[in-house]
Design a protein around this ligand. Structure first.
Ligand SMILES: Nc1nc2c(c(=O)[nH]1)N[C@H]1C(S)=C(S)[C@@H](COP(=O)(O)OP(=O)(O)OC[C@H]3O[C@@H](n4cnc5c(=O)[nH]c(N)nc54)[C@H](O)[C@@H]3O)O[C@H]1N2
Ligand SMILES: Nc1nc2c(c(=O)[nH]1)N[C@H]1C(S)=C(S)[C@@H](COP(=O)(O)OP(=O)(O)OC[C@H]3O[C@@H](n4cnc5c(=O)[nH]c(N)nc54)[C@H](O)[C@@H]3O)O[C@H]1N2
Ligand SMILES: [Mo]
Length: 771
């Protein structure tokens, strides 16, 4: 959609007619208006496919069609009529394509043939599948050490493909599994087990119908998990309090018009979502959380002194937790002026939010990237666990922690063995089931894989999906490292940046998407995925594949495994791929929680993978849930530059990670452009800037390396002091690789200290409308 550049505030609620219009335009643009509508009707249905968009659960996968603008876009993006063919590659050199925008690259359409890079012509040329597999096998077998290869996974990959992938990689001999979750919810996977003994959420969808209070921190449901709006709307209409903490006044956190509601649609009314939305400073959440808990602990002190009813759930705390005294002492000693400075919120507002929380019998705490993608991301998550534990909100109906996962199967991939730090029990079961000794040494995550590449210790990079080169931080250094490799391999559905930031040899392996029929030797297959709430269910595509030359992800893994391991493999790859039930049987043998896997996915709605914390069983060394203390309030104590503006990098309403559906961001009122920085009027004035001025964003690096993006346009916006926002991935060059959480290694994409300077070149002055 070629929107004209403009800044034009959006006055409608989220959802509603605006969402219907946007989706229908998108279907037309992808050339799938009719097929798209038929495809959408099978989304998240008992016999249909799982939405390839987000990981939000569906009401048992048994409901009637639930309209979701962004789920619809994700489906139309995959079902598009456009094709990226060998003729296209013949017409455009890689150097030429490198000058195209990310939007233009993916708009070419679905990949149709396996392709291999030819340096002489600087082009990708078509190859047979056997040749493509042979190139990969030859490179992998040439490495003196399997740890010189990295095997990335993006979270759309099914349980079946992910399990086969880790099986192949471990039989090949490494645990190098950098995963998209390393840039996403790793802070949850690493932080929560120390608190609760599990690294996943503790709520189910039905808990949203029973709660009296929902806190949403650093998550944007109207854009990134729009089906959640149904739960939020219902909760709000029941009178549950919804409190949001976000530097942006995200529209869907304010008002939502349900496309499913004939009354709201006909009368143009909407439902208020948040009872209060607090514009917290970027990186100010620790301060807010400590403030909330300080109010609670001190109110409890007072109540107990005067024999009033207790505020904290002492029965729960005494029976189930450790560490309360130390935490309470730390909170009592924390000063309000520091909390106010760091959070950007007045004490009275934090006290108000605390009172709402203290009144609630059952509270759910929802969070996303605004919490995890910080230098202290895992600690942020642990403070959320503290907040829940103080009132006994874990393992109680209508209450709990709700990390909103990103990719539709990112959680499942982890569950079936995509991990760089495999446990002994898992490795033992894998060895017992398959009869080879898997490697035990820890492998690389995203950050350590990149560091190893930069040191020249890696020769091969293999990606099962995703767009690694765009998703990672510090492009100047990290993309150079990717270019220095011997081989890069991408299993993909569409052309993207990662195919152009390639090694000496490079292969693109085009695969089936989730909406497409997957036929193997025994007939049509279904795959399975696990959503944010640990529900596992089947998914089967119905569309004719985009090209007759595509293979499924499991078949591609089997092909690579055969070409690499040959007769030395102990796995019968063809047999497993012939019938995905056999892969599921193998998963069940290795992971006992999948007991009865094949039978249970044939029940509509699938099944729930139990979470010990939900049962109040604490799988921690202490056998209890642990209150953990965060020392101080700041996320980066090294960074005291008074000039620093804290930059957060966010998604627009019209993108799926590195996939751009358009150059606009309707709810935030930005059209036809993404090179913008959101800044409040005070911060603009302080710098002598006006809306539309062109500026460079420069990282306040501590390693002497210059990191900058240039010629961004200033957008005046309601935003807290001392911080600013811009879009991901355009601003990824600004995030230093060293700026990651020491516990979870999550890059600090939501907290980069920068300064803003006027650009050398003149502005384009192309804005119309208000601003
Ligand atoms: N349509 C669509 N759906 C998606 C995706 C997509 O790109 N498009 N991506 C998928 C993936 S992989 C993921 S991980 C999820 C991401 O979904 P979200 O977790 O919602 O991710 P973001 O949009 O990056 O940022 C979340 C929110 O955090 C706020 N924020 C930024 N910094 C801070 C901070 O310091 N504190 C607080 N409290 N808030 C802050 C931002 O303003 C934004 O509203 O969505 C998934 N679903
Ligand atoms: N600055 C900044 N950086 C970030 C973030 C941020 O908020 N700010 N967010 C981070 C997060 S949360 C994440 S999850 C990562 C995302 O990182 P990735 O998961 O690596 O990236 P995506 O953009 O989701 O990948 C898109 C590509 O996936 C391929 N694809 C799509 N569907 C399929 C499929 O079914 N199979 C296969 N094999 N390929 C498919 C297509 O070729 C498409 O081009 O980015 C991270 N990077
Ligand atoms: Mo993500």
């Amino acid at each position: 959609m070629s929107d004209r550049k403009a800044i034009r505030p959006y006055h409608q609620p989220a959802g509603g007619w605006g969402a219907l219009k946007a989706l229908s335009e998108h279907l037309v643009e992808q050339g799938v208006a009719i097929k798209g509508a038929a495809t959408l009707s099978r989304m998240n249905q008992p016999q249909g496919f799982d939405c390839p968009g987000c990981a939000w659960p569906d009401p048992k996968h048994t409901s009637s069609f639930e309209f979701c603008e962004n789920g619809g876009k994700a489906v139309a993006w995959e079902a598009t009529a456009k094709r990226c063919t060998p003729e296209f590659f013949a017409a455009h050199s890689v150097t030429e394509l490198s000058g195209w925008s990310d939007y233009e690259l993916e708009m070419v359409g679905r990949l149709t043939h396996p392709m291999a890079y030819d340096a002489a012509s600087d082009r990708y040329l078509p190859v047979s599948w056997d040749e493509a597999f042979a190139i990969v096998g030859r490179h992998l077998n040439a490495l003196p050490d399997p740890n010189m290869a990295e095997f990335y996974t993006s979270g759309r990959t099914s349980n079946e493909a992910a399990f086969l992938y880790q099986l192949f990689v471990r039989e090949y001999g490494t645990n190098n599994f950098p995963d998209c979750s390393n840039m996403c919810h790793e802070a949850t996977s690493v932080g929560l087990p120390q608190s609760l003994g599990v690294g996943k959420g503790t709520v189910l969808l039905e808990d949203f119908d029973k709660t009296d209070c929902i806190f949403i921190l650093g998550q944007n449901p109207g854009t990134n998990s729009p089906r959640m709006m149904t739960s939020l709307r219902n909760a709000s209409r029941r009178g549950a309090a919804i409190i949001s903490f976000n530097p942006f006044r995200e529209r869907a956190l304010e008002r939502f018009q349900a496309p499913q509601s004939p009354i709201e649609m006909a009368t143009l009314t909407s439902t208020q979502i948040s009872s209060r939305l607090y514009q917290v400073r970027v990186g100010g959440d620790i301060a807010v959380l400590k403030g909330l808990m300080k109010v609670m602990v001190e109110a409890d002190d007072t109540a107990r002194a005067s024999e009033q009813p207790e505020i904290l759930d002492w029965d729960f705390i005494r029976g189930h937790t450790t560490g309360i005294e130390a935490l309470a002492d730390d909170l009592r000693a924390t000063q309000w002026d520091a909390i106010e400075r760091q959070s950007g919120l007045p004490r009275a507002e934090i006290e108000h939010a605390a009172r709402v929380y203290m009144k609630a019998e059952r509270a759910i705490i929802v969070y996303g990237m605004g919490i995890t993608q910080h230098r202290r991301g895992a600690c942020n998550v642990q403070q959320l666990a503290n907040l829940a534990l103080l009132r006994g909100h874990i393992g109680r109906e209508g209450a709990g922690l709700c990390p909103v996962r990103g990719h539709s199967n990112v959680q499942g991939d982890r569950t079936v063995g995509i991990t760089e730090v495999p446990g002994e029990e898992f490795l033992g079961r894998l060895e017992h089931r398959f009869g080879f000794k898997p490697p035990a040494a820890d492998g690389h995550n995203v950050v350590t894989a990149l560091e190893a590449m930069i040191r020249g210790e890696v020769k091969v990079f293999f990606a099962m999906g995703g767009n690694f080169a765009a998703a990672i931080p510090d492009w100047q250094t990290t993309q150079a490292a990717l270019r220095s490799l011997d081989l890069t391999v991408h299993v993909s559905t569409k052309l993207n940046r990662s195919h152009l930031v390639h090694g000496r040899d490079a292969v693109i392996l085009p695969c089936l998407g989730r909406t497409e029929i997957d036929i193997q030797a025994t007939g049509p297959q279904s795959i399975t995925v696990e959503d944010s709430m640990s529900m596992v269910h089947a998914s089967a595509g119905r569309n004719t594949p985009a090209s007759a030359h595509l293979l499924s992800e499991p078949a591609i893994v089997a092909g690579v495994a055969r070409a690499t391991l040959g007769a030395r493999s102990v796995v019968d790859w063809d047999n497993l791929v012939a019938d995905y039930d056999r892969i599921r049987d193998a998963i069940e043998d290795v992971f006992p929680i999948f007991q009865g896997y094949n039978a249970r996915i044939r029940v509509p709605g699938g099944f729930h993978l139990t979470s010990t914390a939900r049962e109040r069983i604490w799988a921690t060394p202490s056998g209890k849930a642990n209150f953990l203390i965060f020392d101080g309030l700041g996320e980066d104590p090294q960074q005291n530059d008074p000039e620093a503006l804290w930059l957060t990098t966010v998604r627009s309403h019209d993108q799926y990670n590195s996939t751009l559906y358009s150059m606009s961001d309707r709810y935030r009122g930005v059209y036809g452009q993404r090179d913008v920085v959101f800044l409040n009027e005070r911060e603009m004035k302080r710098r002598g800037l006006a809306a539309g001025d062109r500026v460079d964003l420069v990282t306040l690096s501590t390693d002497g390396v210059e990191r900058a993006v240039r010629n961004f346009s200033v957008v005046g916006y309601s935003f807290p002091d001392g911080c600013c926002a811009a879009y991901y991935p355009e601003t990824n060059p600004l995030i230093p690789l060293y700026a990651h959480d020491p516990l979870s290694f999550t890059p600090s994409a939501k907290g980069v200290p920068i300064r803003i300077v006027r650009s050398g070149s003149p502005g384009e002055g192309d804005l119309d409308g208000e601003g």
